[in-house]
Design a protein around this ligand. Structure first.
Ligand SMILES: [Zn+2]
Length: 243
């Protein structure tokens, strides 16, 4: 096949057709129950969406997620869409998103997060969405940052722009040779670099991640974002692990 023929094959592909292509790899059935009765870009059927263990934390200024950051990071709002538990639908969704390359799951879950956030006036002042950055090596291996895909979904519903290059995760090992591997990893886990403080100056940003457990990584990233002038930080995750 020559280049011209190849171009003819590629050019007509609009995003919807590309989406159809993805069905070759991910059959269009509900990730929760396997039914094929579901909307065009949905990964869950209505029944499974309705059985998601939603927290409704976005409706309450004081909630379990906000409490995790109290006294650790000055935030405006914090929420998680769902409770996380083992062997649950949420765990299956996260597994698809993080280990099976199923990006559509993230986009769909992000849209659900967007719908929730839009119900609460307290998130109306959010100017930008910031995905928690991944280590470059991990993002390369997975092909995408799952937090950025969630942001794209939220943005599709709320219209709030996603800023993907404001902050990055440091990967340099520097002078850590005296530390063992676990210590090195722990040391790097919370290291971020604010690359573009101007982009978030005087803005209310929503920092987004997939799962919230101890909150240590989000806390470190949030502190770095707050280095920018007059910036307000709020936090939203897809799932929250109850301790
Ligand atoms: Zn289902």
């Amino acid at each position: 096949m020559n280049i011209i023929e190849l171009k003819i094959l590629i050019i007509p592909l609009n995003p919807d057709l590309l989406f159809d292509f993805s069905h070759l790899f991910f059959p269009h059935i509900c990730v929760g129950c396997g039914t094929d009765v579901l909307g065009m870009k949905a990964v869950l059927c209505i029944k499974c969406v309705n059985r998601l263990p939603v927290t409704n934390f976005h409706l309450y200024a004081e909630n379990q997620v906000e409490k995790i950051f109290r006294g650790r990071l000055p935030i405006s709002q914090a929420t998680s869409l769902c409770y996380f538990s083992k062997d649950s639908l949420i765990q299956r969704l996260l597994h698809q998103l993080k280990y099976k390359g199923n990006k559509e799951v993230g986009y769909f879950a992000g849209r659900l997060m967007g719908i929730a956030i839009r119900q609460s006036e307290t998130y109306d002042s959010v100017d930008a969405l910031i995905p928690l950055p991944l280590f470059a090596s991990r993002e390369k291996k997975r092909g995408y940052n799952q937090a950025a895909v969630l942001c794209d979904g939220i943005s599709a519903i709320t219209g709030v722009p996603v800023l993907k290059n404001v902050i990055s995760r440091l990967t340099s090992t520097e002078t850590q040779t005296h530390k063992n591997r676990i210590e090195r990893w722990l040391n790097m886990e919370g290291r971020f670099e604010l690359r573009d403080p101007e982009a978030i100056k005087n803005k209310h940003v929503l920092l987004v991640d997939d799962v919230l457990t101890t909150g240590a990584t989000l806390e470190a990233c949030g502190h770095e974002l707050l280095q920018a002038e007059n910036t307000t930080v709020s936090i939203a995750t897809l799932a929250y692990t109850v301790k």
